[in-house]
Ligand binder design. Structure first.
Ligand code: NCD
Ligand code: ZN
Length: 354
């Protein structure tokens, strides 16, 4: 029987970029309008403000909360931005004081080039941070990892699998109880690993990686709107990741990685910015994916339940309703401010109504 309405607990975005200043004011309402109870906020804001000290994380949190309306219960869960200078004491203190809920690993290469936006101040020497990971394992502090190899000689489309083998597997062997979230997973082999590994490992999955493969970057010529990190992969990888997600595997959960950049940065001929903005319609996009796979019964756990306790969040008592719009009348606007929305201009058969 065709389902026309889905009611699930209000959801939680496990990976979100809100930026600062004017951009923050522009994009925050999009996630609030999507009825999220909160989100895991990435701290890769411009130097020198990355959330790599308690003071910086608190200042950023304050900037965000000052823009949340008083009648909203949106809970921004901050993350610590790991660097080569990170000490175990700092990570533990911020966690104990409730400043952050997890530490985020971005890696940079020896030249100081990061693999993604705002990652150039990340970790160059992973082994050097092993004492930090030991403390995190002991204290139960989750590690959110951007697992993409950053060395220049690694093929663009192999960065995730190389990092899995080179960085993550040795890390898990050294710290088998460490709670790890493999962020925005894209490679089918990495998804197999997450599904089968005898470790405390989970993965977030974006709506855009479920919806497109790497061809999308080359539709009608170079298409920077579809460029993000990790870069979308071949179709067989997309389908493998999607199979775990819509098949209801509990190790996978929604993390939009909604990453706004203004049009100027996205359309630069020499090095356009990496990042895709899905916040205004993320729930509708995820729902459409589950519906296409005839798997709406697994939507609720993916959006609103799976491994929420890692971020010290509970499954919401409040429900949200998503309805099928028979006429495909949910139209995603092209832009919010100067930021292009992913799939802008397209109609979706689902709409978050309440
Ligand atoms: C993100 C951004 O713009 O901050 N970009 C992206 O392509 N996903 C950073 C990140 O999560 O990698
Ligand atoms: Zn991100």
């Amino acid at each position: 029987m065709k389902v026309n309405k889905v009611v699930v607990p209000r959801w939680f975005d496990r990976h979100l970029h809100l930026r600062t200043g004017k951009m923050l004011k522009t994009v925050l309402p999009c996630t609030l309008n999507q009825r999220a109870t909160g989100a895991v906020i990435m701290g890769n804001i411009p130097y020198p403000n990355q959330t790599s000290t308690i003071a910086k994380a608190l200042a950023y949190r304050k900037e965000i909360t000052s823009l949340i309306p008083v009648d909203s219960d949106f809970n921004p869960r901050m993350t610590y931005y790991l660097t080569d200078d990170t000490s175990p004491e700092e990570v533990m203190r911020g966690y104990e004081e409730g400043v952050w809920c997890a530490a985020k690993l971005y890696m940079a290469n020896q030249k100081g080039h990061g693999g993604t936006t705002g990652s150039q101040h990340g970790v160059k020497n992973l082994l050097g941070r092993y004492p930090v990971f030991a403390a995190m394992e002991r204290e139960g502090i989750p590690l959110l990892g951007h697992f993409e190899a950053v060395e220049e000689d690694v093929d663009e489309f192999d960065r995730e699998i190389v990092s899995l083998e080179r960085d993550l597997i040795p890390l898990l062997k050294a710290f088998p109880e460490l709670m790890v979230v493999f962020e925005h997973i894209t490679d089918g082999r990495a998804a197999d690993f997450v599904a089968q590994a005898p470790y405390q490992i989970r993965a977030t999955v974006t709506a855009h990686h479920l919806m497109m493969n790497r061809n999308a970057m080359f539709w009608i010529g170079m298409n920077p709107a579809n460029y993000c990190r990790p870069v979308p992969k071949r179709e067989d990888h997309r389908l493998k990741v999607r199979k775990y997600v819509t098949g209801g595997n509990r190790r996978f959960g929604a993390g939009t990685d909604s990453a706004p950049h203004d049009e100027e940065a996205k359309s630069r001929c020499y090095g356009c910015a990496a990042g895709i903005f899905t916040a205004p319609a993320a729930v509708e996009m995820y729902t459409t994916v589950f519906d296409e796979d005839d798997a709406l019964k697994h939507l609720g756990p993916f959006l609103s339940e799976n491994f929420l306790c890692l971020y010290e969040m509970k499954v919401s008592n409040e429900m949200m309703t998503i309805e099928r719009t028979c006429t495909f009348d949910f139209w995603v606007p092209q832009k919010v401010g100067t930021v292009q929305i992913f799939a802008g201009g397209r109609y979706f058969p689902w709409k978050l109504v309440d």
